[in-house]
Write a protein that binds this ligand. Structure first.
Ligand code: MG
Ligand code: MG
Length: 249
């Protein structure tokens, strides 16, 4: 069942979203050659806890860290570690924060120093596909309109969307109904309604769409080893258009 949020609930989600977005920005500012992914995770945890919130991912299904940090061909669910970021890497940081019972969820892909032209193009196309998608995130449209917008944008570049993992509703739970795939048929799927809150999150590969999970049971990588990018905001559907609850810029 899709849980619609009332005005008070949306206000709480805005607060959770702000903490999430700020934690992500702080980690992004610390992305440099020579930094470990564990260090970035520590920055995120400290910031979220300083706001009186809880890192949503810590312990979720047994996940061992506060943020998912995934490098290059790692798509999502990378576990922070002693891995040192190198110039030319692209690093995906995915953050969730729970504040007064409501979650925010947001992800970005950051370049480490100078990166290849392909990496830049991938990051930009992934981000742009999100903004194309949320143009469709208005009451009366269908969920398929969102996924179709993502996929049709990135396939123009020869890229593919990950199909095995999808966006999701969000609220009191980190993952709620409905699933929000990054593909779909225009005019199909559940109707979008005022009060829905969705984590819209394109996951885009330079190469083929197939992914697999590493032996650690978490980290999702591209099967062909190609680069992958991720961009996510928590989006409220309102009569005045989509509101990005995790956007603090
Ligand atoms: Mg996320
Ligand atoms: Mg998410």
């Amino acid at each position: 069942m899709i849980q619609l949020k009332n005005r008070e609930q949306l206000e709480l989600m805005r607060q959770a979203g702000r903490i999430t977005g700020e934690a992500l920005l702080k980690a992004g500012e610390a992305v440099h050659e020579g930094v470990t992914t564990r260090k970035l995770d520590g920055i995120i945890r400290a910031y979220i806890e300083s706001c009186g919130a809880i890192p949503s991912f810590l312990g979720y299904g047994g996940f061992p860290s506060s943020a998912c940090i995934s490098v290059n061909d790692e798509v999502i669910h990378g576990i922070p570690s002693d891995r040192v970021l190198q110039e030319g890497d692209i690093v995906k940081i995915d953050v969730g924060a729970c504040y007064r019972g409501y979650h925010g969820d947001s992800a970005r892909t950051f370049p480490v120093g100078r990166v290849s032209a392909e990496a830049k193009r991938l990051i930009t196309a992934t981000r742009d596909s999100f903004y194309k998608a949320i143009e469709k995130a208005v009451p009366g449209n269908r969920l398929g309109d969102i996924g179709h917008a993502v996929e049709s944008h990135v396939t123009e570049f020869g890229y593919s969307v990950v199909r095995q993992y999808v966006g999701h509703g969000i609220g009191r739970s980190l993952h709620e109904q409905p699933d929000v795939p990054n593909y779909g048929k225009p005019g199909h799927g559940p109707r979008l309604m005022r009060g829905m809150v969705l984590a819209v999150e394109p996951m885009v590969n330079v190469g083929a769409p197939e992914v697999r999970v590493l032996q650690n049971g978490w980290t999702v990588v591209t099967v062909d080893g190609s680069l992958s990018a991720h961009f996510e905001h928590t989006v409220a559907i309102t009569e005045d258009g989509p509101v990005l609850l995790t956007d603090v810029e």
